[in-house]
Design a protein around this ligand. Structure first.
Ligand code: X5A
Ligand code: ZN
Length: 667
């Protein structure tokens, strides 16, 4: 099953016909340049290109009023003067004789995408559309938007397919107030938006965009606003909001469908957003959502006005939907203070609605508004910030994201004879797959080991070599002694210059001290053993009361510990080990395996112990790029486990500041 791309040149056939500084950035080239970049990078050829269609009245009326639709219907027949006059009743939007036609195509594109994903014709997709949608309201055009493409798509999915829960992620730099208003009291649609806010000084200047607007009535908790109160936010800021707010809540919600208001004015170089996140961040944002809803993800273009940044960001998004390995993110320095304030406020505002936040520490609930006032004035801007603001964001330059090359082989396996696994995996079993390590191994490690163990280890080393040479993306080995193999692998890799290993060990078992102290290997062990007091910067033992069987505690450790640590360590190899009798359920294991693909360009080596044969299939499926099955709506985790994870975060955040989710006092 492939990735859909929906685009039609017709949607470039309207433009601003008079002078309006607020609207001059919304140009037809936004689409031609984005599509052109997809063509140039060979991505259109890899997508299933689907035709657009016009939405019909009944579909538009799922969200908009009859009066508004009738009014917009008149615009193709209006004179230039009439159009100008008509435009005046709305904010920051323009009309053109052909915009009604394009707006129907934009809605229709979103619906075509939802249809093809929900009918199982494709696994995911993106629609490149104009006009955008997320600002338009029941009876008003706004912010370049005529009809609310994504809101209509969500109502359509509910009505036509009976979809029970929909997550809308709005990563555009503006608040999609139109989407918020549409679903404010609806608990079946979880709306998440981050947006440039600057304490209400930034357009659309609404109180409704602040973190304390969480939804109404039945829908309380199902609206998440993350205000950016400073410009210049970086990759770290975006990732920390995903790790500490969106992902925990999204997994607890467990959507059946994910819709993305995919605006790219949140990327570097955009004059509207003035942010500094690079286009490759969208590869990661996209991927982090692809294991929700069994991978059913529909991205619909919203904003994005720097044509270079926009085109690169669109390519990153589509390439991720297609399943290519993720680009490494470097320079993750942790979130800035303003982000920490926002995180703290959002988490406090939502803690009564989501059990994943219930045990979060240090969240004042009544002093929040003072944080806002305290840090809002010009007076506490330092000189560097003032200078930074004078620089035009246009002057910002950034390197083009590096090419993301898929190795010829995705997954290679080392399995004992007779153990089956999917055909798509390449099996290492010939004598040449033994690699050059056999003799050294015999000499160094395994004097007393039996031949089959030496052979297996030698093949595991050869998996690592092939990953290093980018001949394979990932590897899976079923071995007689997972703990021993793990130790040998870490030593082998750490011997290389510039190598960094992220070792994730699930289940009980002793991790030898000498592999932790090398400063290259970061170890996270999730188990039921009480080993907490032995922790260090590079050894993070997560001890869960009921071991790995506690799904909610495990999930919390994944988002708030593993992901931030992995991103900040930026490993060249992920080593994922499943100790015998770990008690982790298959689905949790698959989710973990999937999320770890964010690192090391997908270079993951999974070690299973021989008696875990049944796990080969589920693991291989994830390594081959299939989405992990949903965990189900998560219950509250054990208080002790939530607290254990929080304690670890507190202990480690001085060394790993992507773990931070609260602002230090008097900063
Ligand atoms: C879709 C979108 C932005 C409108 C900005 C008006 N709209 N100042 O990005
Ligand atoms: Zn925008």
């Amino acid at each position: 099953m492939g990735t859909a791309l929906i685009y039609d040149e017709e949607m470039t056939k309207y433009k601003l016909l008079w002078v309006d500084p607020a609207c001059k950035i919304e140009v037809p080239e936004r689409l031609t340049v984005s599509h052109g970049a997809l063509v140039r990078n060979g991505l259109t050829d890899r997508c299933i290109c689907l035709p657009v269609r016009e939405a019909v009245d009944a579909e538009i009326l799922l969200v908009h009023s009859e009066e508004y639709l009738e009014a917009v219907k008149q615009t193709p027949h209006m004179t230039l003067e009439d159009l100008k006059e008509f435009t005046l009743q709305y904010g920051d939007v323009y009309f053109h004789p052909n915009i009604y036609h394009c707006a129907k195509l934009a809605v229709g594109s979103a619906l075509q995408l939802v249809d093809s994903v929900l009918m199982g014709k494709v696994k995911n997709g993106m629609a490149l559309v104009r006009p955008p949608g997320h600002h338009s309201m029941r009876s008003a055009a706004n912010g370049f938007c005529v009809f609310n493409n994504v809101a209509i798509a969500a109502q359509y999915a509910k009505q036509k397919y009976g979809v029970k829960r929909i997550l809308i992620v709005d990563w555009d730099i503006h608040h999609g107030q139109g989407v918020q208003y549409c679903f404010e009291d609806d608990p079946s649609v979880l709306y998440f938006s981050w947006h440039r806010y600057e304490h209400q000084k930034f357009w659309p200047n609404l109180k409704d965009s602040d973190y304390d607007i969480v939804g109404k009535g039945e829908g309380a908790g199902f609206n998440i606003n993350v205000p950016w109160n400073k410009v210049g936010m970086e990759n770290s800021d975006y990732l920390s909001v995903f790790c500490h707010v969106l992902l925990p809540i999204a997994y607890e919600f467990c959507p059946d469908l994910v819709l993305v208001c995919a605006g790219f004015d949140s990327a570097i170089g955009d004059l509207e957003g003035e942010m500094c996140a690079t286009p490759d961040i969208f590869a990661h944002l996209t991927y982090l959502l692809m294991n929700l809803a069994e991978g059913k993800l529909c991205a619909v273009l919203e904003g994005g006005y720097n044509l270079t940044s926009l085109a690169q960001s669109v390519c990153q998004t589509v390439q991720t939907l297609l399943g290519d390995p993720l680009p490494p993110l470097t320079n993750l320095t942790g979130p800035c203070r303003s982000t920490l304030e926002s995180l703290q406020c959002v988490r406090a505002a939502h803690r009564q609605h989501w059990s994943c936040l219930r045990h979060a520490v240090d969240l004042p609930t009544f002093e929040i508004s003072t944080i806002r006032i305290k840090s809002s004035g010009e007076e506490n801007k330092d000189e560097a910030e003032v200078w930074e603001e004078q620089k035009s964001p246009e002057e910002k330059i950034w390197p083009e994201p590096p090419k993301r090359v898929s190795p010829r082989v995705c997954s290679a396996v080392v399995l004992p004879d007779g153990v089956v696994c999917p055909d798509a995996c390449e099996r290492l079993s010939s004598s040449e797959d033994l690699g050059p390590h056999l003799l050294t191994l015999k000499k160094d490690f395994l004097k007393d080991a039996d031949d089959s163990a030496v052979t297996a280890l030698s093949r595991v080393f050869s998996l690592i070599d092939k990953m290093k040479n980018n001949e394979i993306r990932n590897g899976l080995a079923l071995v007689g002694d997972a703990a021993m193999t793990m130790t040998c692998v870490v030593q082998h890799v750490a011997a290389e210059v510039d190598s960094r290993v992220f070792l994730v060990c699930v289940g009980n078992g002793n991790i030898p001290g000498h592999i932790i102290e090398d400063g290259k290997t970061l170890v996270v062990q999730i188990s039921g053993e009480d080993t907490e007091e032995q922790g260090s910067k590079y050894y993070v033992p997560v001890c869960l009361k009921k071991g790995c069987t506690d799904t909610s505690g495990f999930a919390q450790a994944m988002f708030s510990l593993l992901l931030p640590l992995g991103y900040q360590h930026n490993p060249s190899l992920v080593l994922l080990v499943r100790m015998p009798g770990s008690g982790v359920c298959d689905i949790m294991w698959q989710q973990l395996t999937a999320l770890l693909q964010s690192f090391a360009q997908g270079h993951t080596l999974v070690l299973l112990q021989e008696d875990d044969k049944a796990c080969v299939g589920p693991t291989a499926s994830i390594l081959l790029g299939n989405p992990a099955p949903p965990l189900g709506q998560l219950p509250a985790s054990l208080k002790e486990d939530a607290e254990a994870v929080e304690r670890l975060r507190s202990r480690l955040q001085a060394d790993w500041n992507l773990l931070l989710a609260t602002a230090p006092e008097n900063g």
